[in-house]
Each structure stands twice: as structure tokens, then as C-alpha cells.
Write a protein that binds this ligand. Structure first.
Ligand SMILES: Cc1cc2nc3c(=O)[nH]c(=O)nc-3n(C[C@H](O)[C@H](O)[C@H](O)COP(=O)(O)O)c2cc1C
Length: 270
């Protein structure tokens, strides 16, 4: 099993085999790996460059994509890992190696440093968190999306910015419509789950179809259903304008917030 970390997030590959468990990163720098692991709730980097993966989070990720026979063998595989000294005493974490791929020896070049600085500085802008969803003949699709904004009142329009390497957005775009689910403060786990790539993100998620057919996640603060007006390129992202066709809000539900790589919730200013 290989955990892939890249600038767009975390994904799992070859989920049927725990013996070859390791992490591959295309990030240029360890700081980005640390941030991605933390946001996905998957674990942390050690000082000697290994990765401690949180066993519960790993299981949740693997259980959505693994061959069915891996799950009954999970405890045996963990016992084996513990025997080999790869787990901590409580078996909360399993230690794996980190392989950096597609970068030269992991050194930070000036442009890598610029990328780290860009993310760090831009991360000071606090926002809510949404999950953008759609549904095609293969089923529901969705991804966590911070880049969302109200755009126009007359006519009612919104804006979202999907990354060009998102695998979920092309499926959603092909349907011509999407739903922006504004997450509530209790939905941090959903924000992490929908930020993973290559897993069944809707496993265990409650949702219903909106007026346009896109998934509306149960427990969200608000739902904005749109038809796609236009899509144009903006660097490594897409600028998607949506014509709002239906919208609804829950009453008295606090929003989930995101700031400097951390999830949070509102606090009263005294
Ligand atoms: C808090 C948070 C905000 C994010 N905001 C965006 C965003 O605005 N645009 C985007 O493309 N990806 C964003 N992501 C990353 C995507 O969720 C992630 O790359 C995507 O789920 C990858 O899966 P996919 O291949 O199924 O699209 C964000 C992730 C998190 C955790």
C-alpha cells in the first residue's frame, strides 16, 4: 500500500497490501508533507524523516478502497508490524518510510521556498470550508474546497476554484452542475475525508439529492446548487462561475473555519 502526498492532497494506491506500506511524496519540501498529513489527519513526520501514520485514520482510508480480504487480515498485519518494532507501544501509530519522488534529493530550491512562502502567507486568510459535489453515472463525486465566493446578486452567481489536477472536478464539470455544501463546525472529519484522492469519499456519509441532482450533505450549514456558467484557466486552477438555481440554509448551525492550515470554529469576541 502506498500513500501518495502531492501539492493537491493525499491519496492511497495499491490498497490491498500492508507489507509494502510506505509514503511517496512529490512535494518539494518536508514542510508541505507535514501540512498535508496534518490536514488529512493521517499522522506526522519524525525528526529522522520517517512518517508516523495514525492507525485509525489509515484503516478508515484503506477500508474504502482495499480488497475485501485485507480487512479480516488487518489485526494480523498490525501484530506483525508491532513485532517488527514499526508501531508505538499503544499501536496508535505505524512507522513507515517516506520516499520523495520526482524531485531532486528533497533540497529546497528557490522556487520551492517561494511555494512554501506563498502557502504560508496566503494561509493567513481565514475562510469557511465547502465540499463541492456532483453526481454522474458512476455515482456521487466531491472535493473539499476553500476557494468559494459569492459573485453576483443580479443574476445570482457564485465562484469556485478547483485545482487542475483534481480528479473529482472533471466528473462534476461533465454533468454541467454542482452543489456547494458549506460545512458546519462539526464536519471537520468530512473536510478531511473529501480532501483525499482515490478513496470512496462518500463511504458512511449521509446525503440527499438536491433539486439539480447533486449531493447535498446532511448536517451542512447551507447548500447552493448551480449550473455551470463558464470555466476558464487561472494558473494551476480553474475559475468556475456558477448560476445559482436553488439555495437553502440550516438555522443556527455554526460554520467550520480554516486558517493557517488549521480547522477551527467561531469564538465570541469579548
Ligand atoms: C481545507 C481545505 C481546502 C481546500 N481547498 C481547495 C480548493 O479551494 N480548491 C481545490 O481544488 N482543492 C482544495 N483542497 C484540496 C482538495 O480537496 C483535494 O485536492 C481534492 O479532494 C483531491 O481529490 P480529487 O482528486 O478527488 O479531486 C482543499 C483541501 C482542504 C483540506
Amino acid at each position: 500500500m502506498i500513500i501518495d502526498i502531492s501539492p493537491i492532497g493525499v491519496a492511497v494506491r495499491e490498497g490491498g497490501d500492508l507489507t509494502r506500506l510506505h509514503v511517496e511524496s512529490t512535494n518539494p519540501h518536508a514542510a508541505a508533507d507535514s501540512e498535508q498529513l496534518r490536514i488529512a489527519g493521517l499522522g506526522y513526520l519524525t525528526d529522522d524523516g520517517a512518517v508516523m501514520l495514525e492507525v485509525g485514520a489509515l484503516y478508515r482510508m484503506v477500508s474504502t478502497v482495499a480488497d475485501p480480504d485485507i480487512l479480516p487480515r488487518w489485526d494480523a498485519m498490525l501484530n506483525d508490524a508491532q513485532h517488527k518494532g514499526w508501531t508505538d507501544a499503544e499501536r496508535r501509530f505505524v512507522r513507515t518510510r517516506l520516499q520523495r519522488v520526482g524531485t531532486d534529493s528533497g533540497n529546497t530550491s528557490p522556487s520551492d521556498a517561494q511555494a512554501v512562502r506563498f502557502r504560508r502567507v496566503l494561509g493567513h486568510f481565514a475562510s469557511g470550508v465547502t465540499v463541492v459535489t456532483g453526481s454522474d453515472s458512476d455515482g456521487p463525486a466531491g472535493f473539499s474546497c476553500q476557494s468559494f465566493s459569492s459573485l453576483s446578486l443580479n443574476p445570482p452567481m457564485v465562484l469556485i476554484l478547483p485545482g487542475r489536477s483534481s480528479t473529482s472536478w472533471p466528473r462534476i464539470q461533465a454533468t454541467g452542475r454542482f452543489c456547494v455544501n458549506i460545512l458546519s463546525a462539526d464536519q471537520e472529519a468530512l473536510a478531511r475525508q473529501f480532501a483525499l484522492s482515490g478513496v470512496d469519499k462518500f463511504a458512511g456519509v449521509q446525503w440527499s439529492r438536491g433539486v439539480l441532482g447533486a449531493p447535498c450533505l446532511t448536517g451542512a450549514c447551507a447548500w447552493i446548487e448551480c449550473e455551470i456558467n463558464s470555466v476558464r484557466t487561472g494558473g494551476d486552477h480553474l475559475i468556475v462561475l456558477g448560476d445559482v438555481r436553488a439555495l437553502e440554509a440550516a438555522h443556527d448551525v455554526e460554520p467550520l473555519l480554516f486558517h493557517r492550515g488549521q480547522f477551527g470554529r467561531l469564538a465570541a469576541v469579548s
